[in-house]
Ligand binder design. Structure first.
Ligand SMILES: [Zn+2]
Length: 467
């Protein structure tokens, strides 16, 4: 049995929330925890995503926490550059990754095509970051492992996936590395969800380990309570419909859209809301919702039972999934009360932009913001209620009502993170905080020290810890 101490190097989501990727080296093997797409300014993102700080061919296996693109989205590049080992994850994560990666490749191809059209004479052709063909090759390497069981991978290490309650299939990863006199352990939280959210099970207890790598997205911010969400949503819907308006909800296609649809379904099912037309204008959301229905093993008990009663909780009876561009145009010209949930959570791209452009000048309409809006995005300008906003090279007056409900987040807030992590004080040797901006990770780090954790740090990109 090898004697060298295991190490972890933090290569992504270090001092930021994007591009999750950590390299574990133990017993002569190299494992990657996540291989997420780095999202940021174009040139920097391209360099980050194409230049790995290690040889992809030398990686023995990838362990994937969940299917959000900032966790799985750079796998096709890893494969293109020589990685040929297994990618371990839960069954739902595998299926959602297939949908997410295909969509991501399509965006990369369209992006390259657009840049090539605008390319000055003599400049070389822009290649897509990866193609749909690369995704096909990547999906062949996926190996799904069930939750809760400790799986032995050859004799090199053991892995257990534990519910993270953040997205269908999302998991915390517990790694056990054989060593003498006792095995070494690492827990990676991936992204941690909230208790009491619909559809998903609550996050499990965070498994004890020598090293805990924890997310810190909202380490310094509190969300609205989960129990108020249905009421808050009902009020916004009724107010808008009563004045004959349209309710526009920009939402990420994976996770947030299904949560909102579920809430609306429940309100109608319970007789609190009169049935109304709900459009989900996102082909990706339609594909993802199909995957959701295939994985009742990931649902909480309430949803699993509801699904037996009414197999249509994400389905066509309640929601009209808009797939073609022509249909989408018809919906955004439509002049009758309805709800439109459309892709691109921060309003920076996608079909939501057309809906906003055509509808926010009407004061009867409402824009409901349910997710974080980064500075300098159209979503943020709407939250700030600027009198006018630029959409597609045109200034549009913002007369519609703007309502923000921040309780729909799929990340634990500061109080929930404390509740998850505090019981581990005295049982964990070291904590490393990742997946958080400095203003969120710093207060969390201070509180963890207060709870009695001795070795808490917030590593820079490329920093290594020796266990
Ligand atoms: Zn996530």
């Amino acid at each position: 049995m090898a004697t060298a101490s295991p190490t972890v190097t933090f290569w992504g989501a270090a001092h930021t929330v994007t591009g999750s990727m950590h390299l574990v080296e133990a017993n002569g093997k190299k494992l990657l925890l996540d291989c997420g797409l780095y999202q940021g300014k174009r040139a920097e993102a391209r360099a980050r995503n194409t230049q790995f700080p290690f040889d992809p061919a030398a990686i023995d296996a990838v362990i994937l926490s969940h299917a959000h693109i900032d966790h799985c989205g750079n796998l096709p590049n890893l494969v293109r550059q020589g990685f040929s080992g297994p990618i371990y994850c839960t069954p739902a994560t595998r299926d959602l990754s297939a949908v997410m990666l295909a969509d991501s490749a399509k965006i990369q191809e369209e992006d390259a095509e657009y840049l090539n059209k605008k390319r000055p004479r003599g400049e070389s052709l822009v290649q897509p970051l990866y193609s749909r063909k690369d995704v096909v090759g990547t999906m062949k390497l996926f190996q799904a492992l069930s939750y809760w069981r400790l799986h032995s991978i050859n004799h090199d290490f053991q892995v257990k996936f534990v519910e993270a309650g953040h997205l269908l299939g999302s998991a915390m990863v517990q790694l056990v590395i054989p060593a003498s006199p006792k095995p070494r352990t690492i827990t990676f939280t991936g992204d941690l969800g909230r208790k009491g959210m619909p559809i998903l099970r609550d996050p499990s207890e965070v498994p004890e380990a020598e090293l805990l790598i924890s997310e810190s997205t909202y380490g310094g911010r509190a969300h609205d309570g989960v129990e108020m969400l249905a009421n808050d949503l009902l009020q916004v819907v009724e107010r808008t419909i009563n004045r004959g308006g349209k309710l526009l909800i920009p939402a990420f296609s994976l996770g947030r859209t299904q949560t909102i649809v579920y809430f609306l379904h429940q309100l109608i099912h319970d007789g609190r809301l009169k049935p109304l037309t709900i459009y989900v204008d996102s082909p990706l959301a339609a594909a993802a919702s199909t995957v959701f229905k295939l994985h009742p093993e990931c649902f909480d008990e309430e949803t699993a039972l509801l699904l037996q009663d009414d197999p249509d909780i994400f389905g066509e009876n309640l929601v009209r999934y808009v797939r073609t561009v022509e249909e989408s145009k018809n919906v955004n010209r439509l002049d009758k009360p309805c709800i439109v949930i459309a892709g691109s959570g921060m309003c920076e791209a996608g079909r939501i932009q057309h809906h906003l452009k055509n509808n926010i000048e009407n004061p009867n309409n409402t824009v409901l913001i349910i997710g974080f809006q980064a500075p300098e995005t159209l979503g943020r300008r709407i939250v700030e209620k600027r009198p006018e906003v630029r959409i597609h090279d045109r200034m549009v007056k913002l007369n519609a009502e703007v309502k923000v409900l921040n309780g729909f987040s799929s990340h634990a807030d500061m109080n929930e993170l404390d509740a998850f992590l505090k019981p581990l004080a005295g049982h964990v040797k070291s904590i490393r905080l990742v997946h958080g901006e400095p203003d969120q990770a710093t207060p969390l780090m201070a509180r963890m020290k207060g709870y009695g954790f001795n070795d808490v740090a917030y590593p820079e990109r490329g920093e290594k810890i020796v266990l």
